[in-house]
Design a protein around this ligand. Structure first.
Ligand code: NAP
Length: 302
């Protein structure tokens, strides 16, 4: 089990990485990364930094000046960082968000590891998205990463969103960036989720069902859930969402978004350290923090 954060190796060689967010107290990334550093005996430390939106450029310059090796970014900084880094990876450019920064040779590289994390999480569930048909519920930042990953994998995608114009513009943009067999967009209602071929995958990339609104579901009440699909809910708090329960009740498989979080973190970790981290240790640390027992305080919970 993860030990106390005080066991992180801090000495004159300690390398610092961290998370920029506002707020940042909810994040379980610090216990997740620090557990991996401890497990590998690396003198590295991951810190949360509460950075006000108007201070992001100064904070980035400060992190560079302090010699940090890398950063993660979360709400609301992912878009602002696009224009503040020296270079973007193709994923960050296509998703239009930076969630990982590498400081190297005086330059800053902005990456996005959410898409990679999502595909690896699907693989953990035994799903190869190549040739699959996916319904993506939502058209915000997370949906953009999910759609990019699915399109890169050659899946066909229907993006359904409460505000259908947003789904349409996501699809139009995606069509210019990546090859995808079929892309469509529509409203998030019973007719749209039941239209077209039966999906192999249903992804919840909305906020609906997230704690404390645990009784809410993005899946329309009057539509049957496709029994042969995998329901992948990006939400991981609660660990069993109402959408997942609906899917299981229909005979479908379901998974929450914790493995996506861990895999996106693992990809950042590998970029900073050059070392593949221990996934199961990171997952255990996240579960531990979410349970809120032992060393996790109220502020560590996701
Ligand atoms: P976002 O950019 O704010 O987008 C929110 C999406 O949810 C939009 O499509 C929005 O629709 C929809 N939505 C919000 N309230 C709704 C409601 N009452 N009914 C129907 N649709 C509603 O947020 P995001 O960054 O994409 O995050 C979305 C979710 O993914 C969050 O729960 C987040 O925690 C999760 N996430 C998980 C991971 C992971 O690693 N597991 C990574 C990233 C994000 P409109 O366009 O109509 O407003």
């Amino acid at each position: 089990m993860p030990t106390s954060d005080s066991a992180v190796l801090i000495n004159g060689h300690t390398q610092l990485v961290g998370l920029f967010g506002w707020p940042v107290e909810h994040s379980i990334s610090p216990p997740m990364h620090n557990a991996a550093f401890r497990a590998l005996g690396l003198p590295w430390c991951y810190l949360p930094f509460a950075v006000r939106p108007d201070a992001i450029a100064t904070a980035l310059a400060g992190a560079r000046a302090l010699g940090l090796r890398g950063l993660n970014a979360t709400v609301p900084h992912k878009q602002a960082l696009l224009s503040l880094v020296d270079e973007l990876t193709p994923a960050a450019r296509a998703i239009r968000a930076v969630n990982t920064i590498l400081f190297e040779s005086g330059r800053t590289l902005g990456d996005n590891t959410d898409a990679q994390g999502f595909v690896r999480a699907l693989h953990d569930e035994g799903m190869d998205p190549r040739g699959a048909h996916a319904l993506v519920l939502g058209a915000g930042g997370a949906a953009r990463a999910v759609c990019y990953a699915l399109a890169e994998s050659g899946a066909s995608i229907a993006v359904l969103n409460r505000t259908p114009e947003r789904a349409r513009s996501l699809v139009a943009e995606l069509a210019l960036q990546v090859r995808a067999s079929r892309l469509s967009a529509g409203p998030l209602d019973a007719a749209a989720v039941s239209a077209g071929p039966s999906p192999d995958l249903v992804v919840n990339a909305t906020n609906v069902g997230m704690w404390p609104q645990v009784n809410a579901s993005p899946w329309p009440d009057d539509a049957p859930f496709p029994p042969h699909a995998l329901a992948y809910d990006l939400i991981y708090n609660p660990c069993e969402t109402r959408l997942m329960a609906t899917a299981r009740a229909a005979g479908a498989r379901a998974a929450n978004g914790l493995r996506m979080l861990v895999h996106q973190g693992a990809a950042s970790f590998a970029l900073w350290t050059g070392i593949e981290p221990p996934i199961e240790i990171m997952l255990g640390a996240c579960e531990h923090a979410l349970r809120g027992d032992e060393h996790a305080t109220l502020h560590d919970r996701g």
